[in-house]
Write a protein that binds this ligand. Structure first.
Ligand SMILES: O=P(O)(O)O[C@H]1O[C@H](CO)[C@@H](O)[C@H]1O
Ligand SMILES: O=c1cc[nH]c(=O)[nH]1
Length: 251
């Protein structure tokens, strides 16, 4: 049952997996927010854990950096471990004046300079979008926690260090909320294998202003994003179970 990249047993993962790029952020989330945590993946130190959040079984696992890496883990979790829902909890760089360090942004869609979705889609444009229900539950979770969020387009870049110096200005012009490296890939994998995906990011850099959080801060301080993602899962469950309180405008 193990895959080349995941050595978990068949039932080790919950149906929902939170995925940061950084495996140490995965460990931090597991240790900080989950009860009765078990380590379920150690291959390549791409650490994965399963535990319980307010009684709900949830897994968290790193996906590495870049679309090729996240595509492997997302695909294997869905096809080999029966995972239905992936929520990326990432960091991103801002290119707008009204988006600042530590803001939380929700990726309703993701543009990319990667070709992966064209490879999937017969070289046509594929609109890489988040699952609508997960998106609205994340917005509601943020509202409930009084965390202002912006919802819109991310840009998933193949290069962290992009030599195209005019690109940031173009991203600003097109209203991109954050530059990161995986959302378009995880949305493409979810579409291909009939799963659901969402990306929530915390702004760790301001690309135009040259501002940047430390690696330690990226690993352990994105509390608002984590609790929004976890609360999203609970709201989604309640909604699917028909609980009206989860459907209210600002519930
Ligand atoms: O902090 P994570 O989730 O890894 O996300 C962002 O950080 C990495 C680059 O530093 C890329 O993976 C990018 O998408
Ligand atoms: O891909 C990324 C992630 C964080 N910050 C950036 O500037 N780019």
């Amino acid at each position: 049952m193990a895959t080349p990249h995941i050595n978990a047993a068949p039932d080790d993962f919950a149906d929902t997996v939170l995925m940061p790029g950084d495996p140490l952020r995965a460990r931090y989330i597991a240790e900080t927010y989950l009860d009765d945590v078990r380590e379920v993946n150690t291959v390549r130190n791409m650490l994965g854990y399963t535990g319980f959040y307010q009684g709900r079984k949830i897994s968290v696992m790193g996906h590495g950096m870049g679309i090729p890496s996240v595509s492997i883990y997302a695909k294997e979790l869905i096809t080999d471990y029966g995972v239905k829902t992936l929520i990326r909890v990432g960091s991103c760089g801002a290119v707008r004046d009204d988006v600042k360090l530590r803001d939380v942004v929700i990726g309703m869609g993701a543009c990319t300079d990667s070709k992966v979705n064209r490879m999937r889609f017969n070289d046509h444009d594929f609109a890489a979008i988040a699952d609508f229900d997960l998106t609205r539950h994340a917005v509601a979770a943020a509202g409930n926690q009084n965390v202002p969020v912006k919802v819109g387009n991310l840009f998933s870049a193949d290069l962290f260090y992009n030599p195209q110096t005019d690109m940031a200005e173009r991203l600003t012009r097109y209203g991109i909320l954050g530059v990161e490296m995986e959302a378009a890939g995880i949305y493409g994998v979810a579409a291909e294998f009939n799963a659901r995906a969402l990306t929530v990011c915390t702004v760790s850099d301001h690309i135009l202003r040259g501002e940047s959080l430390s690696s330690e801060a990226r690993q352990t301080t994105f509390h608002e994003m984590m609790t929004i993602a976890l609360d999203t899962v609970l709201r989604d469950d309640a909604d699917q179970a028909g609980d009206e309180s989860a459907r209210g405008e600002n519930a």
